[in-house]
Write a protein that binds this ligand. Sequence first.
Ligand code: NDP
Length: 305
Amino acid sequence: MSFGSWVTYGSQLAGDTARDCMAAAYDAGVNFFDNAEVYAKGAAETIMGEALRKLGWRRASYIVSTKFFWGLHDGPNERNTLNRKYLRQAIDGSLSRLGLKYVDLVFCHRPDPETPIEETVWAMHDMIAQGKALYWGTSEWSAAEIARAWEIAERHHLHKPVMEQPQYNLLHRERVEREYARLYADLGLGTTTWSPLASGVLSGKYNDGIPAGSRGTLKGYEWLAERLTDPAKLATVRRLAPIAADLGCTLAQLAIAWCLRNPHVSTVITGASRVSQVRENMKALDVVPRLDADAMARIDAALAG
Ligand code: NDP
């Protein structure tokens, strides 16, 4: 399990609370902290960087990622792109905000149909060769795009994309389970999956409307609020509730444990806006062994409706 900063860092968390959430995750065994240039327009990286400095952990004991695509500036070729010049500037900006000499993982946050994949592959290879990142990967690329990037890297003996960051949860399975199926064996692809609670829906907190203080109330995330209150999703969550109760766990723990049970998931990136959520979510690990064939069949039936 790992811990990410989308929505929360910069909009809901900063300073002590941001640090406390990371500390709670680290104490529970988390060593990977996910970030992106675009999160709160760079503020999430600044907040995480400050937290890391104050926490003072040994650099070799944790992993930090960032991601590039949307950009922070409005100049030509600086938005929605994976061109060489943008990527070269972007990594320097992220390292400066994080206060780190290198990030462990760097992701191309979305595919860019306008830049030749070969240019992006070379730029990511250069980033690693310069010691600014250790491994690179993709986020929400199609299987065909990942395979193409991998083949270009193989042909030129460049650093290959070794991990994907896709959405994966009880309500969103297709890509991880079907589209990428061949890539795990063929390329050894790893996954750092996101939104295990579908932004909180799978915790059951939206079953009776949008609660105060939740992600669904945040300004600028109105597009998300609609998805959080989708009646079909809420009906599924209600069908899952008795299964969680029988397994002696919360809905959030069931949802995270279900992701962890997939052998093609290298790490589940969790999110939290308070320490109590981090603590609850980390206990999902204890629930994984309870997901036997019977429990999985019950979950599948609940999802099918
Ligand atoms: P989740 O789907 O798990 O949603 C997390 C949110 O759900 C929390 O911020 C909190 O919101 C609520 N929540 C968490 N735990 C509980 C709980 N136990 N009970 C009730 N509510 C809870 O994950 P995220 O959507 O945050 O995604 C996780 C990470 O994945 C991100 O931080 C980011 O690093 C990465 N990501 C990557 C993307 C990509 O394109 N590569 C896209 C999206 C995310 P609330 O404020 O309502 O309490």
